[in-house]
Design a protein around this ligand. Structure first.
Ligand code: HEM
Length: 245
């Protein structure tokens, strides 16, 4: 009975992970198609080639580099076999890559003609800044605690629920920030560049927003759902402790 429930729980986790991968793949395909097929929408005022590259790089780095990779890093503990320290190192490395992409992605926005002073007037930019600061602080804490050994283990156990909460909150905030970025960009295109509300570009951007919402649901659900291993242990423990002597 216990092994039946454990195997059904691990198969539902497998389904969740597959759905998260499929939605991640759709997100990547949509943002790349937008950047390649409609790159004239990213042309800055200056119309320079360099400016265009920076403008296209921002959504690509934020969506693929920051959101997709940090989602993968969250899922590492759910599927990667091997020791805890291996899982922790892969988790830390992937989060490091996501953080670097996020910082680089925001940096691209400072390459425009107006520099830093003209920025940070939108809800999107404020949310983005809070998000990257939280992410950076969380990564630093994770990095420092990774090297702690011995009696610090008790502190780590106490800090873990906070690490999970702040991690998932920041991930959710990143997705919400990307949604505001998409909305801001699309509103700008529809009001200033004659992009129609029903044209393929608007559809791609809307579908991208929807797939991001779907992806974040899958990743967060997979992250909080019980692991088959711990469930099996719990069930076996309950069974053996309730058996008559
Ligand atoms: C996790 C995802 C994202 C984060 C953390 C983020 C962060 C930021 C930050 C901090 C800025 C401010 C820099 C400035 O004011 O020049 C900014 C600007 C901008 N972002 Fe994003 N971004 C994300 C995703 C996106 C996406 C998907 C788009 C879609 C095209 C986008 C479009 C823009 C635009 C148009 C600006 C310039 C206007 C403004 O400052 O609001 N962003 N982003």
């Amino acid at each position: 009975m216990a092994s039946l429930s454990a195997s059904s729980s691990s198969s539902s986790l497998l389904t969740l992970l597959s759905l998260a991968r499929v939605s991640g793949f759709i997100v990547a395909a949509l943002v790349i198609s937008w950047a390649l097929l409609f790159n004239s929408s990213f042309l800055p005022h200056s119309s320079s080639h360099e400016g265009l590259i920076y403008a296209v790089l921002h959504p690509l780095l934020m969506v693929i580099g920051f959101i997709l990779i940090s989602g993968e890093a969250i899922l590492v503990h759910r599927w990667l076999p091997g020791s805890r320290s291996l899982k922790k190192s892969v988790h830390l490395c992937l989060q490091g890559v996501a953080l670097a992409s996020g910082i680089f992605g925001i940096w691209t926005k400072f390459q425009g003609r107006d520099g830093i002073v003209a920025n940070f007037f939108s809800l999107h930019s404020w949310m983005g800044l809070i998000c990257i600061c939280l992410f950076g602080a969380q990564w630093l804490m994770g990095f420092l605690s990774f090297w702690q050994r011995g009696e610090m283990r008790a502190v780590r156990v106490k800090v873990l629920p906070w690490h999970i909460f702040v991690g998932l909150y920041t991930y959710g905030l990143a997705v919400a920030t990307a949604e505001t970025g998409l909305l801001e960009k699309l509103t700008f295109l529809q009001t200033n560049r004659n992009v129609s509300k029903r044209c393929p570009e608007s559809m791609i951007v809307n579908c991208l927003g929807l797939s991001l919402a779907l992806l974040s649901g899958m990743v967060i659900f997979a992250a909080v759902s019980p692991k088959s291993q711990s469930l099996r242990t719990k069930l076996l423990f309950t069974e053996s402790s309730t058996k008559p002597e």
